[in-house]
Every structure is written in C-alpha cells, then in structure tokens.
Design a protein around this ligand. Structure first.
Ligand SMILES: NC(=O)c1ccc[n+]([C@@H]2O[C@H](COP(=O)([O-])OP(=O)(O)OC[C@H]3O[C@@H](n4cnc5c(N)ncnc54)[C@H](OP(=O)(O)O)[C@@H]3O)[C@@H](O)[C@H]2O)c1
Length: 248
C-alpha cells in the first residue's frame, strides 16, 4: 500500500520519522520535504498534490483546516483509494463531499510523539489498514463512537497549555531572580517526573493530587487558589468551547 501525504508540515514529519520513510510527499513545506527525503529511504517529493494522489493508494490529508476545502476540492481521486484525514474539526462526510467520490475516509489524531512510536492514536471509523499503520507508530485506538473521538481530540488540545503553564511559572520565577535556564530545567524535570508517575500508576489523578499535596501545605494552596481565582472554571470553559469547534 503506497502512502502519500498532502501537506508536509510538523505532523507529516513526525509520521515519516516514525515510519522510517517509504512515502510520497507533496511539494509544499519544501524545506521539510527536502529534509525528510534526504534523511529517510524511499521518500520522494512529488511535483504537485495531484501527483501524490496519482502515485498512492492511501492519501493522508495533513493540511490545516483553513485550506483543506480548497486543496481537496482541487484533487481528482480514483475508486479503490482510501483517504486518511488528520484535519482537525472536519467530519468525514464533509471531506467525502469535497472528494466527490464515495471513498472510505478515516480520521485520526496522531500527535508529534508518533515520531518515536510511543503514543496511542485515536482513529474513526475502525479500519484495519489505518489501525495497522498507527500500530507501527505506537498504537491505534479504534474509537467506538464519534463522541469518544471528539473528546480525545479535546484532550489532545491541551498540549499548548501544558507548555503555556510551564512558561507562566518559568517567567514568574525568572522575574523574581531565578536564572532562566535553572527555572526551565527545574520545571521541565519536575513535570517529566510527574508525567511518568501519572502514566505508570494505577491511581486516579485526584488520588495523585492528594498524595502530592500535603494537607495545609504549599501544593494544596496553589491548586486551591487556582480554583478560587477561576482557573478550574476557565479550563473547563476552554475545553467546552474546543469541543464545540471539534464537532465541526
Ligand atoms: N501538529 C499536531 O500535533 C497535530 C495533531 C493532530 C492533527 N493535526 C492536524 O494536522 C494538520 C496539519 O497540522 P501540522 O501541525 O502538520 O501543520 P503545519 O506544520 O502548519 O503543516 C501544514 C502543511 O500544509 C502545507 N500546505 C499549505 N497549503 C498547502 C497546499 N495548498 N497544498 C499542499 N500543502 C499545503 C504547508 O506548506 P507551507 O509550509 O509551504 O505553507 C505545511 O507544510 C492540521 O489539520 C492539524 O489540525 C496536527
């Protein structure tokens, strides 16, 4: 099965790294495409988006939602092809409408960690070929319902906030005199260890929060003040707004 990508940006690069090559790339994102073609065997850069479609059995849509309609409507697909869409907040029926053919369209949410083949990737609807592809990149999770897929998409939208939280804490520490590098290393190491603890433990997040918050202590105070000053409500509000957007 020949795999081709329309859009050669960050997520395409992560997938190509994880797969170790053997794909056709579209020319846009030229610097990234050239770099991938140089680093991995069997990676070719096609002359156009249409040339990618013509050379491949499975076409991966890895373009931003803002340009997706114009790009996909401009392509001619053929019977027997499969389309794997990574485009956020765009239902399969909408994409099939742009394609204009009754082809199988599967959605997935690969994250940058597929580059190291160490991350689960939600897909919908279930599809053995797409599941096998993401099993090579870590593990595929075949969602039972659209709602489940959309909720995982909302969860994945917290990546920027994770770094944003660290950025705010680092800036605050630096403003009060801690050297920037010391603040960064300390916070990054702290969160990396907490992540490992959360993933490896059978305990709930609530139980871990209790365990890591001495009664009346500093950790308990930070989360209490965070809630009192609207942090928890703001986070829930943001998740709700993103869910609306993800539903398309
Ligand atoms: N990054 C993530 O963690 C992640 C996770 C899951 C899903 N997604 C989804 O995956 C898609 C791609 O995300 P990304 O982070 O990889 O975006 P990105 O880094 O901005 O890459 C988008 C790519 O599309 C190219 N492009 C723009 N117009 C094009 C056209 N007309 N024809 C062909 N290619 C065109 C861009 O080329 P130029 O550089 O030449 O403009 C760029 O290479 C998005 O829909 C996003 O929602 C991303």
């Amino acid at each position: 099965m020949r795999l081709g990508f329309i859009g050669t940006g960050n997520i395409t690069a992560a997938m190509v790294e994880g797969l170790g090559g053997g794909v056709v790339l579209s020319p846009r994102g030229a610097a990234m495409a050239a770099d991938l073609a140089r680093r991995f065997p069997g990676v070719t850069v096609a002359e156009s988006n249409q040339a990618v479609v013509e050379q491949c059995d499975m076409v991966v849509l890895a373009i931003r939602p803002q340009v997706a309609e114009e790009v996909v409507r401009g392509l001619r697909f053929r019977a027997g092809q499969k389309v794997l869409s990574l485009v956020a907040a765009t239902p399969v029926e909408v994409i099939r409408g742009w394609i204009g053919l009754d082809l199988p369209v599967i959605r997935a949410i690969p994250l940058p960690f597929v580059a190291d083949r160490r991350r689960v990737t939600p897909i919908i609807p279930p599809d053995p070929e797409v599941a096998a592809l993401f099993d090579r990149l870590g593990q595929a999770v075949e969602c039972r319902t659209q709602e489940e897929f959309d909720l995982l998409a909302v969860g994945s939208a917290l990546m920027g906030s994770y770094f944003g939280l660290l950025e705010v804490a680092q800036d605050w520490l630096v403003e009060r005199g801690l050297p920037e590098a010391a603040a960064k290393d300390y916070m990054a190491g702290l969160f990396a260890n907490l992540g490992r603890e959360a993933e490896g433990s059978g305990k709930s997040f609530g139980a871990l929060r209790d365990e890591y918050s001495t009664h009346g202590g500093l950790n308990e105070q930070v989360f209490r003040v965070f809630g009192e000053e609207g942090g928890v409500a703001a986070l829930r509000g943001a998740l709700g707004q993103v869910l609306e957007r993800v539903r398309g």
